[in-house]
Design a protein around this ligand. Sequence first.
Ligand SMILES: [Zn+2]
Length: 280
Amino acid sequence: MKPRIRSAIVQELLETGALSSFKAIDTHGHMGPLAPIYFPNPEPQDMVRTMDRCGVERLVFAHHEALVDPVRGNQKAQAAIDAFPRRLIGYFAVNPHYPDLLKEGVRNFGKLRGFAGYKILAGYYGTPITCDACVPLWEHAHEEKLPVLLHTWGGCTCAGPKQVEEIARRYTGVTILMGHSQYGAWDDAIRLASELPNVYCELTAAYAAGGFIQKMVDSGIEDKITFGTDLPWFDPMYGIGCVVFARISDAARRKILRDNAARIFRRWMSQPRKKQSARR
Ligand SMILES: [Zn+2]
């Protein structure tokens, strides 16, 4: 089959069924089962097997359980990272409804192994990212120059465009990944990523919105987009296909699927150890 888009990356995907000249980095994942939904491959070794199949080198994730019970869930995330330190990087999940626990998590962050930054699911908790309880987290992430993944959605009053802008301007050391790219409020997402050096659009679910990837790249923010899948929710090949078959350059495809994330997470990707696959 001859692709209508002239691209070495399209060609290799069609010929080999996966990315082969470079590996993707997934900046938005989870882990473990979730009560109302059946996931066929939710455990660490299952997820790494999925990553192997799809050409994904690293996944940055917050454990599902950590979004509800941060103590147990983050412990499970730590165990998974310890088992696959070359494949998994953690977001330490916090719940602003437990401010003392949040403060303790921030205080002990330095003792964790392989965690890059934080994850806040603000809209689900009904707690704006600008709330008092989040201040220690933002101050720490600002001082240590850590990434923070947010669940952002158009119309959300907890981590919508207004709150992200306020936090990004106040804590310039933090790299904010707008999970789902303010889904639906595309123009706001593009504006924030263009105007604010520390704000990125993350593509989970947003990759499927027709024309959005091309619109972002045409708007000049190809250096400000990261790839993500919500693994184990969605198969990475679907999202990879959305990026690869978007009408953008090969340079932009590579930046979105790998290079931008490699720049953000370089510090946590540095130790060279031997290759780990799901077969252990
Ligand atoms: Zn998610």
